[in-house]
Design a protein. Structure first.
Length: 143
């Protein structure tokens, strides 16, 4: 029930994001979601893509620093309180949610989130036991 997130470290300068996106496009990989955070000197681009290994290889071949990370992609009802209900179960443990961001694809009235947790296995078990739907890498690739 895990997915791979592609992370790319990019210099914080004009045009660099476009260069990363052009490489991913030329590899014929679809971007399903992204999050960009920056500091004064560099940016951290986190992406969920249709073929993480292919995008990672293309970026490295073009001189970018990138890596793949295990994350959870959780699909929940798109209604008030859904997120809090699931995260309340994790809050009862010592698991730290390092970051999360929304997946831009909505399907069948459901919203999806990408979650990076300090204890991947336990977080997966807790979410599954509380009724969350975790997407597999194969399901994500078909979105």
């Amino acid at each position: 029930m895990q997915a791979k997130q592609l992370s790319v470290f990019i210099e914080n300068r004009e045009g660099r994001l476009d260069e990363v996106l052009a490489v991913i496009k030329s590899a014929n990989v679809n971007i399903l979601s992204l999050s960009l955070a920056d500091t004064s000197e560099y940016g951290l681009l986190r992406l969920i893509v249709s073929d993480p290994a292919k995008a990672d290889a293309a970026l490295k071949a073009n001189g970018f620093s990138s890596m793949l990370t295990d994350v959870l992609v959780v699909r929940l009802d798109n209604k008030v309180g859904s997120l809090q209900s699931f995260l309340a179960e994790i809050a009862k443990t010592d698991i730290n949610l390092e970051y999360m961001y929304g997946l831009t694809i909505e399907k069948e009235g459901k919203a999806s989130l990408v979650i990076k947790a300090s204890d991947f296995k336990r977080a997966s078990e807790i979410l599954l036991n509380s009724g969350a739907e975790l997407l597999t890498a194969e399901e994500i690739a078909k979105l």
